[in-house]
Design a protein around this ligand. Structure first.
Ligand SMILES: [Zn+2]
Length: 358
């Protein structure tokens, strides 16, 4: 009985998503409803849902254009509204996506009041992390959630360094740092970002970073500092000679299929076949992720299904990627993915209770 209760409590939560932005995680209907209730101007601009969904989720020509959309959401994700959006995010992730584990990333500075001074905004970041941390603990939807704080390619050094300091001081809520904001903008500041990552390692933080997402974001000198690589698809596509090194240092690629179509980085999903094939051949792990499940309007199980139906991967490879996600998770507290735990329980149960198979 206790066993059955336990199984029903853990429900069917099976998957891990390692790469999801808080800004891009709001599904269009939730955002449209929010605008209808709280933002007169947006409500006037989009009186009908369908038109808003089309505007919000349509494909963009470049990564920069796509990232511009985040600013719409960032503006409304304030101290007051974050719990509202996060509750709905977690409810959807549990009910529709079967998530057992989620790493949620964002730039806390961009949720602080725009009109405040830089130093006041830096001070206000701690409160944002606490609000997100508390809001992610939802009793009825028990997903293990940890935060990744994103440095940003357009923010000054002092702010990015303060983001690392904050991450290091709030390890109960934060598991790692990232750099985001468009990988073509690291350019002449690459040495600065290397020093920030060195500082993060010295502070005992885990690291990921948006890199090799687009052809103009390929900075080999930053690679050694990343435990996981946000996207990284240009490595197997254009620099496959780097793969053995990645395998040796056990770096994992966070592949977010739908994003590459929305940003114009790839023309069709089939181009990912070579990414998966070369990584499997070189034994580089891949975690399949959503990136911006709301903005892309695609939830994690559909990312899986799309890859399967287009013959980009097979079921065996999917399973390997799902296992990799838990193995490379920065804050998953168990040795095994939840499916293994459940399988053991269910097999024990059927053996002792003599259930009849139908
Ligand atoms: Zn991303």
């Amino acid at each position: 009985m206790i066993l059955i209760q336990f199984i029903s409590e853990v429900s069917v939560a099976l998957y891990a998503d390692l790469h999801r932005h808080l800004g891009g995680s709001v599904v269009p209907r939730i955002l449209w409803r929010y605008f209808q209730r709280h933002d007169m101007e947006m409500a006037r601009q989009f009186p009908e849902y369908q038109r808003f969904e089309k505007f919000y989720t349509c494909e963009r020509n470049t990564l920069d254009e796509y990232l511009e959309l985040h600013t719409i959401v960032e503006k409304v994700q304030t101290e007051q509204t974050l719990p509202y959006f996060i509750y709905r995010l977690i409810r959807g992730a549990y009910i529709f996506e079967n998530l057992a584990y989620l790493e949620l990333r964002y730039t806390p500075y961009l949720r602080t009041p725009e009109h405040s001074s830089q130093s006041k905004r830096i001070d206000a970041m701690k409160n944002i992390v606490e609000i997100v941390g508390r809001a992610t603990q939802v009793r009825e939807y028990p997903i293990i959630i940890s935060q990744i704080l994103c440095m940003h390619s357009r923010l000054p050094y002092e702010v990015n360094k303060a983001i690392i300091d904050l991450a290091a001081s709030m390890k109960d809520y934060v598991c790692a740092i990232d750099v985001a904001g468009g990988d073509s903008h690291y350019g002449e500041r690459i040495e600065e970002f290397i020093s920030l990552y060195q500082y993060a390692h010295a502070s005992g933080l885990k690291t990921t970073g948006h890199l090799y997402e687009t052809p103009s974001g390929c900075y080999q000198e930053l690679l050694p500092y990343l435990m996981r690589i946000g996207h990284g698809i240009q490595i197997p596509l254009k620099y496959p000679e780097l793969l053995p090194n990645l395998a040796q240092s056990k770096q994992c690629l966070e592949i977010c299929p739908t994003t590459y179509l929305k940003t114009g980085t790839l023309e069709n999903l089939e181009e990912l076949k070579i990414v998966f094939d070369r990584c499997f051949e070189a034994e580089v792990d891949i975690a399949i992720c959503t990136d911006n499940a709301g903005l892309n309007n695609v939830r994690l199980p559909f990312e899986y299904e799309n890859l399967l139906t287009k013959d980009i991967i097979d079921f065996h490879q999917l399973q390997a990627c799902q296992d990799s996600a838990f193995r490379h998770a920065f804050a998953w507290p168990h040795k095994e993915p939840p499916a293994s735990l459940l399988t053991g329980l269910l097999q024990d149960n059927s053996a002792t209770d003599g259930l009849v198979s139908v």
